[in-house]
Write a protein of this length. Structure first.
Length: 653
């Protein structure tokens, strides 16, 4: 006789991206936490199981799930190394636990007759006996013995004690028939990556500007001499703009001039010359062997090198002659150069991805990435990925990740929200964000609240760059040194990954009037800097990065909560680990020009502090120690310290 369809449902399984159409993201060394709504009609007790396996493995492993609240169940599985994993959820009615819950209610209520209780007890005995038939070995004998003892026990309360004993409940649960088992209708995927995928401090520098003689092109060897200082500032990743040969046709001059002087180095994004293309290095920097030595020097300092992957070409790139079909042409036959109105890039040809012979193009771009992986590069910052097809990125990243799961891709796409999210969904590890233009309390709170929603956390990892060679935000142009320190603290404490472009630590803020472009932009000329010039914020950068390393709460995004202040210029928020073993409270004066004060309101229950209680906080920037409670006075003078980074300590009497 067939059974009716099961009335049990599994919904809202997380992490899930667009219903499972894209993989979620996780970090190696931490458990992958899975939640689901599991429910059915009536008052039955349910059981749920998390099933998981590495992609390609033939069978699932399992881990129990526990009821959290209101039909929400949670389980986790370990992921100690990177790769692609598959998971789903099973659930069924726990017949014995359901019987036990009803029997316990009747016994405790004391309203049932002895005959009714005996009948109810017999129902449980029969379930134990059926479980014994399905069990084997010692478990079968234990269950048979338990069934005999239950049958022989005349006292309902003592029988209840026997029935509730975990020594009985666990083997019954393992052996009982799952008559209405239901599996979620989709197997979901999660991409597990190394910790650097989520947490790291990035420093962007032009290797050609790391010399000491004005106007002279530096080499990889000279750039390597700069690495110890970058490490002392506390950075983890050194990101290099393109290091490839730079074309001469339509080479840009200083300040984006259309005509270059003989000694102008050109833009590194004008890739390709007679010296080669995307798998060659600019001869003025040195050779591939010199680059390898540069990477090795970084590794010795526990620094990683990230390379810019810019899919474009100068008119002198070998591809222009060898593969003319890879470029879009105007009706007059000329190749269309790149534009982003009002900006024009006459020295750059964009790639035409819509040609009928697209497969060789895709394979060539994969070869480029694999070439640099072969030179020990494991991080790629991708230039303008939103101008290339999403299917291409899914294909390329999947192909790379299948052989090299430790490779990280950062999406540099300042574009529409849906496109930024789509790039993250198809595989990009991290994403540039709108943080650069979020300045007010309302803007920051709204944007970070969006980024920390469970749906976003499942796939979108932000990287808060405070400036780039293309972007000198107005707040940095007008706010002076305090603005640089304030934006540093915001980026470094709000996001697990953040970055600065070199010169930020020197508070460089001279812009082309009316724009966000740097005047005397390093994109078009070689700079020589005094890295210890007066007014630098090196000490603040190093201290903030040390605080990040020492506090796991800053290694994640999901522990962020905003608190209330009565001043719109004082932003207050909490960062915490899931177990609240590390909790920070950060207060930032968003006005770089004036001191502000406020009452900072801290929900004590959020910190595990009883009502009316007090707790100790230590300012990790200054070393000062304060006693805080629910309401606290904060005054921040940007000329002195624009922020508090307070580590929550012991409760106070």
């Amino acid at each position: 006789m067939s059974r009716p369809p099961p009335g049990l449902f599994i919904e809202r399984v997380m992490p899930s991206v667009d219903g499972g159409r894209h993989p979620a993201k996780a970090v190696a060394g931490e458990p992958c936490v899975v939640e689901a709504d599991v429910f059915r009609d009536g008052h039955f007790v349910l059981a749920a199981l998390l099933l998981w396996r590495r992609a390609g493995e033939p069978s699932f492993r399992s881990a129990p799930m526990a009821l959290v609240a209101n039909d929400r169940w949670r389980g986790e599985f370990p992921v100690e190394e990177g790769g692609r994993f598959v998971f789903t959820v099973e659930a069924w009615t726990d017949r014995y636990a359901s019987w036990l819950a009803d029997f316990e209610k009747k016994v405790k209520a004391g309203a049932a007759t002895p005959a009714d209780l005996a009948s109810d007890l017999l129902e449980g005995v029969l379930q134990v006996e059926r479980a014994a038939e399905r069990a084997s070995g010692r478990a079968r004998e234990r269950l048979r013995d338990a069934a005999r003892r239950l049958r022989a026990e005349p006292d309902a309360r003592l029988a209840l004690e026997l029935a509730r004993d975990p020594a009985l409940r666990e083997p019954v649960a393992a052996a009982q028939e799952r008559v209405d088992v239901v599996r979620h209708d989709r197997e979901l995927e999660v991409i597990v990556e190394r910790r650097r995928a989520r947490f790291g401090a990035w420093y962007e520098m032009f290797p050609r500007s790391q010399g000491t003689v004005p106007g002279r092109h530096a080499t990889f060897g000279e750039a390597a001499l700069r690495l110890p200082a970058i490490r002392e500032l506390g950075f983890d990743v050194v990101y290099l703009p393109p290091i490839h040969p730079i074309g001469t046709t339509h080479r840009k001059g200083r300040n984006n001039a259309l005509t270059a002087a003989p000694d102008d180095p050109g833009s590194p994004w004008g890739i390709g010359s007679a010296a080669g293309g995307h798998t060659a290095v600019e001869p003025a920097l040195g050779t591939l062997a010199d680059f390898d030595r540069f990477v090795a020097a970084a590794r010795e300092l526990d620094l990683e090198i990230a390379l810019d992957f810019a899919i474009q070409a100068s008119p002198d790139h070998p591809w222009v002659k060898e593969h003319p079909q890879w470029f879009r042409r105007r009706p007059d036959g000329s190749i269309r150069y790149a534009e982003n109105p009002p900006k024009k890039y006459q020295d750059i040809y964009p790639i035409h991805f819509e040609d009928e012979e697209w497969q060789p193009l895709w394979e060539e771009l994969l070869r480029v990435v694999e070439f640099w992986i072969g030179h020990d590069v494991r991080i790629f910052r991708v230039d303008n990925p939103h101008t290339k097809p999403l299917p291409f990125w899914r294909w390329l990243i999947d192909r790379v990740r299948a052989e090299h799961p430790d490779v990280i891709f950062l999406s540099e796409a300042f574009t529409r929200p849906a496109v930024m999210k789509a790039l993250a969904k198809v595989g990009f590890t991290q994403s540039y964000t709108y943080f650069t233009w979020r300045n007010t309390k309302e803007e920051l709170t709204e944007y970070l609240t969006e980024l920390t929603q469970p749906g976003m956390l499942a796939f979108f990892r932000p990287n808060f760059f405070v400036n780039t060679p293309d972007i000198l935000p107005p707040i940095l142009q007008t706010g002076g040194r305090p603005a640089f320190r304030m934006r540093l603290v915001l980026a470094a404490t709000l996001s697990p990954s953040y970055g600065i472009y070199s010169g930020f630590e020197l508070c460089e803020n001279e812009a082309v009037p009316g724009t966000e472009e740097y005047l005397h932009s390093e994109k078009y000329e070689i700079k020589v800097r005094d890295w210890n010039a007066p007014g630098n914020i090196n000490e603040t950068v190093a201290r903030v990065n040390a605080i990040r390393r020492e506090n796991p709460a800053l290694h994640r995004l999901d522990g962020l909560r905003f608190y209330v202040t009565d001043n719109e210029q004082i932003l207050l928020y909490r960062k915490a680990t899931p177990d609240r073993s590390n909790v920070l409270i950060v207060a930032v004066n968003l006005d770089p020009l004036r001191p502000h004060h406020a009452t900072a309101i801290v929900p004590l229950e959020d910190l595990g502090v009883p009502p009316g209680g007090r707790f100790e906080v230590e300012d990790l920037l200054t070393g000062a120690v304060y006693a805080w409670s629910e309401r606290n006075y904060v005054r921040l003078d940007p000329a002195v310290e624009p922020a508090h980074i307070l580590r929550v300590g012991r409760r106070l009497p």
